[in-house]
Design a protein around this ligand. Structure first.
Ligand SMILES: Cc1ncc(COP(=O)(O)O)c(C=O)c1O
Length: 468
């Protein structure tokens, strides 16, 4: 690494990863090249501890946590009540399938599902497995073979979930031949809008594609099980769909007798300022996928909720791995939902969303900022390509320059794409801390804007998703 950030202890741990992890061999080479070209090393930290709204690196430097365990800590880091509930469950049950907590949590979830219309639940370990399970449920319920999913969508990292996802690039390279049953459709808004089409026209086109192009040219309408959609495309770049799109999907599904599956792994349980993101659109899906926040940031817990007639009696659907619905995971979910109710967490999230929207609303004035894209506390900022990138220069990472500056100044955010920074603060973050973190971010944007957004170019650190 080429300068004095992060500190020596953090750096020492990061360097230990070079011979151990993915792309380690490439990494030192890339770092050397970056140094020779005068670029700063990528900003990366390793945590020594996490608590509440903050994390600390190995050198004791404190950061405001906008990364939020990749949006899995709805109540902040290491929440003591959730830890206690999980510990108690561990002590009492260890790992067993047949414990009462899975019933308790399923009852609580049935009560809070959109329109109370999805009363049946199936536990899974991760969002990935839950998304896959939702699709298998749809195929077996309808006895049909195709599922429609979207460009730029993300549903997880397993073999199956990668096929359902539409992220371009390395995520699905060499899997192209395996996606037989998945029909990909365009998602609004995105960078893929054809020239001269307005965003509204593009939404119409996307709906037309679902309603006409697919059943007429791709697969028989009666062989399509449903549409899998994120009501806020988080990993794919924080694209927030307009109301007409989600309502259009609901309508198309109803008319064609297809199932609407909402993947709310990231958007669900308050992230967007409502309990479920589909509430912004006033639609009720037939199957809803949940994960991340349900863990309370302490113990994995995920699953699918579905209509009674879909999950009540389906002997072709099978799912649920060894660790699905563990006592610890269910205890985390139960305590998390209890705290949501007691502390009015969704209302807090809605308030913070308004605060953030107010602050970030003015950021498009900076030349380097392309768009501010938020749905509540699902917060993203995309950045402009500099002229060098337009001319074919590959390494144009303005977003990383901003994110690096933020990190140096004590704010930890996500930047896993060339052009976007994402932030997922805790839903109950102290308002003062949220304002402070966003002020640091705006300073970083201003700084990069003034420098003509070139500094900070650097290769990705090799340790996978945590490595950016
Ligand atoms: C919408 C969505 N679905 C599924 C997943 C996969 O969840 P997990 O990483 O828990 O397997 C993610 C993860 O980011 C996600 O954002």
């Amino acid at each position: 690494m080429t300068d004095d950030f992060p500190g020596p202890k953090t750096r020492a741990v990061l360097e230990r990863g070079i011979p151990l992890f993915r792309n380690g061999l490439k990494f030192s080479d890339e770092m050397k090249k970056a140094g020779q070209r005068g670029f700063r090393s990528v900003r990366q930290i390793v945590l020594d501890k996490a608590h509440g709204d903050f994390v600390w690196d190995m050198d004791g430097k404190r950061y405001i946590d906008f990364q939020n365990g990749w949006a899995t800590n709805p109540l902040g880091n290491t929440h003591p009540e959730i830890i206690e509930a999980v510990n108690n469950a561990h002590k009492r049950y260890g790992f067993h399938y047949d414990h009462p907590l899975r019933y308790d949590l399923a009852e609580m979830l049935a009560d809070i599902m959109p329109g109370k219309a999805l009363p049946r639940f199936n536990y899974e370990v991760s969002g990935t497995e839950a998304a896959e399970a939702a699709v298998h449920l749809a195929l077996t319920h309808t006895k049909r073979r195709y599922i429609i999913a979207f460009s730029s969508a993300f549903h997880g990292m397993s073999f199956g979930a990668k096929m359902l996802s539409g992220l371009a690039g390395a995520n699905s390279t060499y899997l192209e031949g395996w996606v037989g049953g998945v029909i990909r459709a365009p998602y609004p808004y995105s960078d893929e809008i054809p020239a001269d089409m307005s965003e509204e026209q593009y939404v119409d086109y996307c709906l037309w594609y679902l309603d006409n192009h697919i059943p007429n040219c791709v697969a028989e309408k009666n062989n399509i099980a449903g549409i899998l959609v994120e009501p806020g495309l988080a990993e794919g770049g924080n694209w927030i769909p307009p109301t007409s799109f989600l309502r259009g999907i609901r309508d198309i599904c109803t008319r064609n007798d297809w199932l609407m599956i909402a993947d709310e792994v990231l958007t669900g349980l308050g992230r967007t300022g409502k309990l479920w993101a589909v509430e912004h659109y006033d639609v009720i899906p037939d199957i809803l996928v949940v994960g991340k926040n349900l863990s309370g940031g302490i113990e994995p817990c995920a699953g699918i909720a579905a209509r009674d007639d879909i999950l009540g009696d389906n002997d072709k659907f099978s799912s649920g791995s060894t660790f699905a619905g563990t006592p610890g995971g269910c205890a985390a979910g139960i305590k998390t939902l209890e705290i949501y109710e007691r502390d009015k967490i969704v209302e807090q999230a809605a308030h913070l969303s308004a605060v953030a929207a107010d602050i970030m609303g003015g950021w498009e004035q900076y030349d380097v900022v392309r768009q501010v894209r938020c749905s509540g506390l699902l917060m993203g900022v995309s950045f402009q390509k500099p002229a060098s990138a337009e001319a074919g220069e590959e390494n144009w990472w303005s977003a990383r320059a901003v994110r690096g500056k933020m990190l140096e100044n004590g704010v930890w955010a996500i930047c896993d794409k060339e052009d976007t920074i994402r932030m997922y603060p805790a839903l109950n973050m102290d308002e003062k801390i949220l304002r402070e973190g966003l002020a640091v971010m705006e300073d970083a944007i201003r700084g990069v804007d003034e420098q003509g957004h070139s500094e900070g170019n650097a290769p990705a650190f090799p340790t996978g998703s945590a490595g950016f």
